[in-house]
Design a protein around this ligand. Structure first.
Ligand SMILES: [Mn+2]
Length: 420
C-alpha cells in the first residue's frame, strides 16, 4: 500500500488579498499563511507516512524578490526527502521556467518534470510512474497532454499537468485539454493544478484538481486542502480531500428580514458569525458579512456603512475569541413598506427618490455617467469591488449603486428610519 499527497497552486509568499487592516487584526497570520500551509502539508505527508508528494504547478507565485521564499521551500522539501518521501514538481504558469529567474538548488532527489516535452519518471521502489511536462513559459496555449507518453506496465501511472482543462471561470485558459482525452491516455490518476477549487473531473480514471491549499481572499472561500491518495496493489483505493488551510475566508450571508430593530438585526449577525466560526474548526476566520432581507431597520442599517462595519467587528471580537475577523460588511437590505410610500409625499425627499429611481430604471441614462465613474473605480485598491460584479459597464451594478446611494441619503436625512 502506498500513500500519495497531491497538491497544487500553493503560490508561496503571495499576499492575501483581504483587507484585514484594523485594530487587533492578525496581519502576520495572514501574511505568513501560505508558508504555514506548506509546513502543514509536509507535516500531513509525514504523519500519513506518504511515499510521494506531487506538486502540480504554481508552487511559487511569480519571480522571487529575494532568496527567502526559495530557502523556506528548500527547508520544507528537505524534511520530506530526509523521511524518504519522493517529491515531484511540475511548473505552472506562475512558476514557469522562464518566469522564475532566481531559483536555488532543490534538495537532493527532488524531481522536476521536463519543460520542453513531456517525460516519464519511474519510481520502482514505490511502484509509481509519473508522466508530465512543466511550463517553460507562462502562456502555454497548446494541449500538452496530447504528447504524454504511454503508461508503464506494472506500475501505477500518474499524469501531472497544470491545465485549465475545458476552461474554468476566472482561470486563464492555459494548456487546454478534454477530460475524454485524459481518460483515454490509460493512466490511473491525473494530478491536475491551476484551478483553485477542489474538483473531481472523473473517477475512472481519477482526474482531480486539489484546489489551492490556502485561500488568499474572498475569491477563494471555504475549506481549502490537498488530496490524499491511497493505493493497494497498484490500484487506487481512495481519493480524499483534506483541509489544511490555516486562515479561512467565508462569505457570511445574514437574513435580517423582518428584524424589528437594530439590536435584533445585529443579534442575527452574531448567531451567523458563531455558526461560521464553529464550521472553521478552530482556524482564524476572515468574513465578508452581507445583511439582506426586507426589514423596518433597512434605512438605519444602510445609512452609516462604517458604523455598521465597526459594530459587526465589535461583535466578532466578542464572539470570535481572537479567531474571527471581519473583512467588510455589505448592507443589501430592502425597506419592508412599514415606512410608508415616501415617493408619494410632496416634499424634497420625494423628489429625490423619484429622480433616483428614474435613473436606476434607465440603463442608458446611467451609462452616460459611466466615463467619470470609471475613472473613480480605477483608482480603487484591487479587491475593493466584489469580483462577481462587472463594474460600471454593468447596468445591474449601476442600478445597485443608485439604490445604495438612495438608502445612504435617506438614512442620513433621517427619512423613513421610523414611521412618520
Ligand atoms: Mn496556474
Amino acid at each position: 500500500m502506498s500513500v500519495i499527497v497531491h497538491t497544487a497552486d500553493v503560490h508561496l509568499d503571495s499576499p492575501l488579498a483581504g483587507l484585514l487592516d484594523y485594530e487587533g487584526a492578525p496581519k502576520d497570520d495572514v501574511r505568513l499563511a501560505t508558508r504555514r500551509v506548506l509546513t502543514k502539508i509536509v507535516d500531513l505527508a509525514l504523519d500519513e507516512r506518504a511515499d510521494m508528494m506531487i506538486i502540480a504547478g504554481d508552487l511559487y507565485d511569480g519571480d522571487l524578490r529575494d532568496a527567502n521564499t526559495a530557502l523556506f521551500l528548500c527547508a520544507e522539501l528537505a524534511r520530506l526527502r530526509r523521511a524518504g518521501v519522493e517529491v515531484v514538481i511540475a511548473y505552472g504558469n506562475h512558476d514557469a521556467e522562464s518566469v522564475v529567474t532566481r531559483r536555488l538548488p532543490l534538495p537532493d532527489g527532488v524531481t522536476v518534470m521536463p519543460t520542453r516535452r513531456p517525460g516519464t519518471v519511474s519510481f520502482p521502489r514505490v511502484g509509481i510512474a509519473v508522466h508530465g511536462q512543466g511550463y517553460g513559459r507562462r502562456d502555454v496555449l497548446k494541449d500538452l497532454s496530447a504528447a504524454y507518453p504511454e503508461p508503464v506496465e506494472g506500475l501505477l501511472n500518474i499524469g501531472v499537468l497544470h491545465t485549465a482543462a475545458t476552461g474554468r471561470d476566472g482561470h486563464a485558459p492555459y494548456a487546454p485539454c478534454s477530460v475524454e482525452a485524459l481518460a483515454a491516455r490509460g493512466y490511473d490518476y491525473w494530478a491536475l493544478g491551476h484551478v483553485h477549487e477542489f474538483e473531481i473531473l472523473c473517477r475512472d480514471p481519477w482526474i482531480v484538481y486539489p484546489g489551492c491549499p490556502q485561500g488568499r481572499g474572498l475569491r477563494e472561500c471555504g475549506a481549502k486542502g490537498v488530496v490524499l491518495i491511497e493505493t493497494d496493489n497498484d490500484r487506487i483505493v481512495s481519493v480524499e480531500s483534506r483541509a489544511v488551510d490555516v486562515v479561512r475566508w467565508e462569505r457570511v450571508d445574514v437574513d435580517v428580514a423582518g428584524a424589528a430593530d437594530r439590536d435584533e438585526a445585529l443579534g442575527r449577525v452574531r448567531d451567523a458569525l458563531a455558526a461560521s466560526l464553529t464550521a472553521a474548526e478552530g482556524r482564524p476566520l476572515a468574513c465578508r458579512v452581507t445583511l439582506a432581507g426586507a426589514c423596518p431597520v433597512d434605512r438605519s442599517l444602510g445609512a452609516r456603512p462604517q458604523q455598521l462595519t465597526d459594530e459587526v467587528r465589535a461583535l466578532a471580537l466578542d464572539v470570535g475569541a481572537g479567531q474571527l475577523w471581519i473583512e467588510g460588511v455589505r448592507c443589501a437590505t430592502k425597506p419592508d413598506g412599514s415606512t410608508g410610500n415616501l415617493a408619494a409625499r410632496r416634499d424634497p425627499i420625494a423628489r429625490l427618490l423619484v429622480d433616483a429611481r428614474a435613473q436606476a430604471s434607465d440603463p442608458e441614462a446611467l451609462r452616460d455617467r459611466v466615463p467619470s465613474l470609471g475613472d473613480l473605480v480605477r483608482m480603487l485598491p484591487p479587491g475593493t469591488l466584489d469580483a462577481e460584479h462587472a463594474g460600471p459597464d454593468d447596468a445591474a451594478w449601476l442600478a445597485d449603486r443608485v439604490a445604495g446611494a438612495e438608502r445612504l441619503i435617506l438614512g442620513r436625512l433621517g427619512a423613513g428610519t421610523e414611521a412618520p
